[in-house]
Design a protein around this ligand. Structure first.
Ligand SMILES: C[S@@+](CC[C@H](N)C(=O)[O-])C[C@H]1O[C@@H](n2cnc3c(N)ncnc32)[C@H](O)[C@@H]1O
Length: 239
């Protein structure tokens, strides 16, 4: 019997993350590029300066950031119970919560990370406001998301969903993609001047990946913000 296919879902139906929960840690599975992005994201996380430092991973999924987080108590929130169970198996303190309504005190985290979630939420303003509410003054906000451009739609949806290493089919709703200027405006309102730069797969490595000659690809910086981009900033106020 061939393996059962997951049900067809509407674009950005979050039940996809439950359907695919057993694939989170498959480096050649539907989330392979999230492994590459987690490594790139971790490069922006500052070294923990106190023994009780806390990092919040908003939309933690299966906890792919976990191997790259050292020195922090790593808390993850998500709406996918199956994803949270996988994240917990990888050492994440996994909490079921909506990113736009976090069950944490103000200023209770030293670092807040939002990796590849902002382009999935219906309440972007509320999600950014909550992430920055729970971040302490002097703490660091790290995020990566997808710009609202025709190039992003072509490369990550029209083509991307059909190639090895691309997002799973129907993963994204391009209507939710996030213009960097809008994200910077929301972050400024929450006390963070967000510095942004583009990210792309290292070209030669990506070709080798497509040819099945390697299993992983490094994400490198690019000046273009046209598709995936990262943001990082420190919250204003006394540390
Ligand atoms: C593309 S995955 C990224 C997962 C993880 N950050 C990573 O990069 O491996 C998006 C995740 O965000 C979660 N998510 C989407 N909307 C959410 C919301 N409103 N509150 C909490 N989690 C949400 C999904 O369940 C999914 O696990």
């Amino acid at each position: 019997m061939p393996p059962e296919l997951p049900p067809r879902r509407a674009r950005n139906d979050l039940r996809q993350y439950d359907d695919l929960a057993d694939r989170w840690w498959d480096p050649d599975g539907p989330f392979s590029s999230l492994h590459w992005l987690a490594r790139a994201r971790a490069r922006l996380i500052p070294v923990a300066t106190t023994p009780d430092a806390r990092l919040l991973d908003v939309g933690c999924g299966g906890g792919l950031l976990a191997p790259h987080v050292t020195g922090y108590h790593h808390v993850g929130v998500d709406l996918s119970d199956a994803g949270l169970a996988v994240a917990a198996d990888h050492g994440v303190d996994a909490v079921r919560a909506d990113a736009a309504d976090l069950p944490f005190d103000d200023a209770s985290f030293d670092v807040v990370v939002a990796g590849e979630i902002l382009e999935h939420v219906s309440d972007l303003d509320g999600t950014v406001a909550e992430a920055l509410r729970v971040l302490r003054p002097g703490g660091t906000f790290v995020c990566d998301t997808i710009n609202a451009t025709a190039f992003a739609r072509l490369s990550l949806v029209t083509i991307g969903e059909r190639v090895r290493g691309g997002p799973p089919p129907a993963c994204h709703d391009p209507a939710l993609f996030v213009p960097p200027a809008r994200l910077q405006e929301l972050c400024a309102a929450g006390g963070v001047d967000l510095h942004v730069h583009g990210l792309r797969p290292a070209a030669a490595q990506f070709v080798a990946f497509l040819l099945r000659r390697r299993s992983s690809v490094e994400m490198v910086r690019t000046r273009s913000l046209a598709a995936v981009y990262q943001g990082v900033g420190v919250k204003r106020g006394p540390a």
